[in-house]
Design a binder for this molecule. Structure first.
Ligand SMILES: [Zn+2]
Ligand SMILES: [Zn+2]
Ligand SMILES: [Zn+2]
Length: 184
């Protein structure tokens, strides 16, 4: 298959320019299709070509085999470190090489904002899938009791409130990425 072709393999229409999702994945839609925000469905041709995100080689070694680790991002924006010798054999449908994977969890950043409930500082929490929320610094999770501790204030950021990544597309930043057809 010609990876550089920019016509739709389903209907032959030209593909739209490359756009970027809120989670930093790059894709090209078929120009004969569009995302309807109201119905949360694709209209017209639903072909989407996901572009490979080049893996970033890390300055870390695989604890299993000693090869370099690479930083990889799934199409839902989850990040993981995996062994550079690991791969996927499409014909045999099985993993090849080293299978070491380490998922990277969400991150928190301190904010200069006070909690409207208790007056403590807020932190910005980014989930491993790229969603963002503000929560109270005093909030926590008791693993033994399996219950939330501290202040319960949570504010989920709407897609329009996300800090904009340069070149990101207005339309796609709220396009319900999870509803797109799977990548090839
Ligand atoms: Zn098409
Ligand atoms: Zn390895
Ligand atoms: Zn609070």
């Amino acid at each position: 298959m010609d990876q550089t072709s920019d016509t739709c393999p389903k209907c032959g229409s030209p593909l739209s320019p490359v756009t970027e999702t809120a989670t930093g994945r790059r894709l090209q839609r078929c120009s004969a299709g569009s995302w309807n925000k109201e119905t949360r469905q694709n209209e017209g041709c639903d072909y989407v070509k996901w572009l490979e995100v080049p893996a970033e080689v890390l300055d870390e070694k695989c604890p299993k085999c000693g090869a370099s680790l690479v930083l990889s991002t799934t199409r839902f924006g989850k990040k993981m470190k995996k062994c550079s010798t690991g791969g996927w054999d499409k014909d045999a449908k099985k993993a090849t090489g080293c299978d070491y994977i380490e998922w990277i969890n969400g991150t928190t950043e301190p904010l200069e904002e006070d909690c409207p409930d208790c007056g403590s500082k807020l932190v910005l929490f980014t989930t491993s899938s790229g969603k963002k929320m503000k929560k109270c610094l005093t909030a926590g999770w008791d693993r033994d009791k399996k219950e939330a501790t501290g202040c319960a204030y949570v504010y989920w950021l709407k897609p329009g409130e996300y800090p904009k990544a340069p070149g990101s597309s207005e339309e796609l930043s709220s396009a319900g990425e999870e509803y797109l057809p799977p990548s090839e």
